[in-house]
Design a protein around this ligand. Structure first.
Ligand code: AQP
Length: 331
């Protein structure tokens, strides 16, 4: 299929800890689906991670590990531009300019800020508050048409459109208005321990989250211990959020539809569902973990990918920034 060069995709993940099954199903599976048809920019948004206090050595390793995980998940560096946000200086320049176009009222409404502020009460910094503006800059810099993300990012993409419209109306047509792209199922994978909450990298209860670098043993343990309910009936319904989540994960990683899975396990119960899902997860994650480890043993190769990515991304970012600077009257 020929590349529709005109359509641009941007997305990213913040390198805190390691990627989760939620990140994989909600975002990375879509990234892979899009790589053959569109011009794709997938960033490791390292500056976003600074909103939480971190150990520099561990952080540096996590940043490299994230690139290794992107590659291990199957993102082709020949088809996609893979790069670190901090290597393309225009992100922070545009962040400032767009910060002057974003209202505090808008930022006050962001639910992710409220949730993260609640989680990190001792460090509610200005970066955590203005984080959505940097995300707006990330997307608009590449004139993205589509942003493949999980459901939790919908509000930020809506903000991106609002800020772009405001900028274009004030200073002239500079930015493309991006659309959100969320998978029909799996846009919000839930914690295995609390199926009413999103599966998250930074969840204090690690048993709720499956990481792409988890050992086989940990994966099996986490699935077996996952919270279900006392109905003992395999059904896909909101009243049974734990089972619904397991079926969603199963379907996203296999060729089975949800209906087929419900039929398959109707007479078998939760134990069989968990055993088979654990096996499927092990078979899906093991090759990712092994490839990741190989990439981590080849740091020169990783450096060649991220340098090439930054070069390519910088050209596109500078093209946008030239327009932005002219449009707002900077000398
Ligand atoms: N549970 C999820 N289900 C579906 N999609 C998800 N995403 C995150 N969690 C889920 C999507 O993954 C992409 C990258 O996410 P991110 O790195 O920007 O961080 P996040 O959204 O803040 O995810 P986490 O795991 O909850 O990180 P922490 O714990 O650090 O805050 C995004 O497209 C996101 O929608």
């Amino acid at each position: 299929m020929s590349k529709q060069k005109q359509k641009v995709i941007f997305s990213g993940a913040q390198p805190t800890g390691s990627l989760t099954l939620g990140n994989y199903i909600g975002a990375i599976q879509s990234w892979k689906d899009l790589e053959n048809e569109f011009e794709c920019y997938y960033s490791i948004v390292d500056l976003h991670s600074l909103t939480i206090r971190h150990d520099p050595k561990k952080f540096r390793k996590a940043c490299l590990s994230f690139l290794a995980q992107y590659l291990a998940c199957g993102l082709d560096p020949e088809k996609n531009t893979l790069f670190y946000q901090s290597h393309v200086k225009q992100h922070t320049e545009l962040n400032w300019i767009l910060g002057c176009m974003t209202y505090m009222g808008e930022l006050n409404r962001m639910t992710q800020f409220k949730e993260k502020a609640e989680k990190h009460k001792d460090n509610i910094n200005a970066g955590l508050y203005t984080y959505p503006v940097l995300q707006v800059a990330d997307i608009l810099l590449y004139q993205a048409d589509l942003v493949p993300v999980g459901e939790d990012q919908r509000q930020h993409i809506e903000l991106t459109r609002d800020v772009a419209i405001r900028f274009n109306n004030t200073y002239g047509e500079v930015f493309t208005l991006p659309d959100i792209y969320v998978p029909k199922i799996g846009a919000k994978i839930m914690s295995l321990q609390d199926p009413e909450s999103k599966m998250s990298k930074s969840d204090e209860n690690v048993n709720g989250t499956i990481f792409l670098l988890d050992s086989d043993k940990d994966i099996v343990k986490k699935v077996k211990r996952s919270v279900t309910d006392s109905e003992n009936r395999v059904a896909y319904r909101d009243e049974q959020p734990g089972v619904k989540n397991l079926l969603t994960i199963y379907s996203k990683l296999s060729d089975y539809s949800i209906e087929e899975l419900v039929e398959k396990y109707a007479s078998k119960g939760y134990g069989a569902l968990k055993t088979d899902l654990a096996e499927l997860l092990v078979e899906t994650i093991r090759p990712i973990r092994e490839k990741h480890n190989e990439y981590m043993d080849n740091l020169d190769y990783l450096a060649s990918i991220y340098k090439k990515g930054a070069e390519k991304a910088s050209i596109v970012a500078e093209r946008t920034m030239t327009k932005v600077r002219e449009s707002i009257g900077l000398v």
